[in-house]
Structures are given as structure tokens and as C-alpha cells.
Design a protein around this ligand. Structure first.
Ligand SMILES: [Zn+2]
Length: 273
């Protein structure tokens, strides 16, 4: 890749740094930092804002505004449980922010299959590659999660931190990022690995990582009834309470293929027939 082509990635990440850091911090704090540290600080700042704003709004809506509608009042987590989830999440956030920073560094230096403009490949190729990207990430996250349960030391030393939230009234949107730092990095790693397999539009990659964070917050909301045909937070709550089913993050597709799906609706239908 020639230098001017790679410079387009640097311009894009520099623009994001200015937009995010310029909005929340005095210039004298972040501008003297090297580009890599600016990007890390931007990812940390954006991640923290997304975590607090989205989780707070979602909690306000389902626990207070719609009190006893989506979540039974006995299943609303205590303030203490939520504070603990925030504490664990914020301990991990500096490390979670390091992964996209390293992946951006690799992209900026031409060590990936990323491209800067959709017009570089055309819309047909772009759409096909986004589908392939999503499919491989779905597959990767499923197996990372399943290995974190099947390999005992991985569960004991990493993933168990996230599974203390094993009852409906101990899970909340704030629990979505309450993971051991290495566990969080492992679960996001497929987003980076896929950049070496699939030609990927860089901005779309950033957007999909952003959506991943939102979805992670969403699937820990313990709202009853969110068990749609292919996806829904309800499946992940079943995972938290059973430990052995529904390893998929986005859909139940991989669980269906690999035989780890627990679908209460199907079981109810079976009992009735
Ligand atoms: Zn798990």
C-alpha cells in the first residue's frame, strides 16, 4: 500500500480524535500526546460515554419509567449490584480500549485488508464483505465464549468474573461490560482477526465495533419476552442463569448449528403438542 493511501486512515482516526477529545477535554491535555495515545484516549472516552449514557438511559426506561412492565419489580437489580458492575467495567475499560487502538495502528500501517472508501471496491463487493465480516465475527465470538466455558482455567480465571451475575436481579445493562479485562479483549478479538481475512471498509469496522458495545449492553437488560425467532436479550439471560446454553452474542444461529440452543418457546410448544 502506498503512503498516501495509508494516510487516509490516519486522517480518519485523527478526525475522530479531534471530534471526541475536542468535545470533552481541553486541547492542552490531549494534543501534545502521540497519535497512538490520542487514539487510545479517544476510544477510552467514547467507550466510557457510550457505557454510562446507554446503560443509564436503558435502566431508567425499563426499571423506572416502565416500572413493573418489562421487568418484574422483584427482578430489578439493587443499587449495590449496579455499583459493583460499574466498578468491574471501569477497571476493564482502559484495557478494552487498547484493542481497537492497536487494530487502528495496524490498519494505519497497512497491515490489514482494510480500505478507506467504499468506492474503492463498489457497493456489491462492500455489501457482500460486510455480510461475511458479520458472519465470521458471529462464528468467532460464539467459539471464544464457548471455549471460555469448556476450558476450565479460562472459566475460572477469566469468564467467572462475568458470571457472578447469575440471577435475573443481578443482571442489568451495566453488567454488559463487567468482564475480566482479558475476557473482554478475547470476546472482541474476532473483530480484529476478521480484518486479515475479509476486505473491510474501515469506517464500517469502527461502526460495527460501536454497535457491538451497544448490543452487549442491550442483551443484559433482563427484559422478559425478548425471545424473537433469531435473537433477543432473553437468550443471553438464559445463558447467565444456566451457564451451558446460548453462547451466541448476536443471534441464536450458531447455537442452533452447534447444538447449544435453549429456546423456552420451542420447549413450551413441545409440551403442549
Ligand atoms: Zn458465559
Amino acid at each position: 500500500m502506498d503512503q498516501s493511501y495509508m494516510q487516509m486512515f490516519v486522517e480518519e482516526t485523527s478526525f475522530s480524535n479531534r471530534m471526541v477529545l475536542g468535545a470533552v477535554l481541553p486541547m492542552s491535555v490531549w494534543e501534545p500526546l502521540p497519535h497512538f495515545l490520542q487514539s487510545w484516549l479517544r476510544n477510552f472516552t467514547a467507550g466510557t460515554i457510550i457505557y454510562f449514557v446507554t446503560s443509564s438511559l436503558w435502566c431508567f426506561y425499563i426499571y423506572y419509567y416502565k416500572f413493573n412492565v418489562y421487568v418484574h419489580k422483584d427482578a430489578i437489580p439493587s443499587r449495590k449490584a449496579i455499583c459493583m458492575q460499574i466498578y468491574v467495567s471501569m477497571k476493564g475499560m482502559p484495557w478494552f480500549s487498547a484493542l481497537p487502538t492497536i487494530s487502528e495502528y495496524l490498519v494505519e500501517n497497512g497491515w490489514s485488508r482494510c480500505f478507506p472508501r467504499i468506492s474503492d471496491v463498489g457497493w456489491v463487493s462492500y455489501t457482500r464483505n460486510v455480510g461475511l465480516y458479520w458472519l465470521l465475527v458471529e462464528f468467532g465470538v460464539y467459539w471464544v465464549h464457548r471455549m471460555c466455558h469448556d476450558i476450565r482455567p479460562l472459566y475460572k480465571y477469566l469468564h467467572a468474573t462475568h458470571h457472578v451475575y447469575n440471577k435475573q436481579n443481578t443482571v442489568s445493562p451495566f453488567a454488559g461490560m463487567a468482564l475480566h479485562p482479558l475476557d473482554g479483549i478475547l470476546h472482541s478479538l474476532p473483530h480484529v482477526v476478521v480484518l486479515y481475512i475479509v476486505p473491510t471498509h474501515f469506517t464500517t469496522h469502527i461502526a460495527l465495533m460501536f454497535l457491538d458495545a451497544l448490543w452487549t449492553i442491550n442483551i443484559h437488560d433482563n427484559v422478559n419476552g425478548k425471545l424473537w425467532p433469531l435473537m433477543g436479550a432473553g437468550y443471553h439471560i438464559i445463558h447467565h442463569t444456566t451457564y451451558r446454553h446460548n453462547y451466541g452474542r448476536y443471534t441464536i444461529w450458531m447455537d442452533r448449528i452447534f447444538g447449544t440452543l435453549c429456546d423456552p418457546k420451542k420447549e413450551d410448544e413441545g409440551k403442549r403438542s
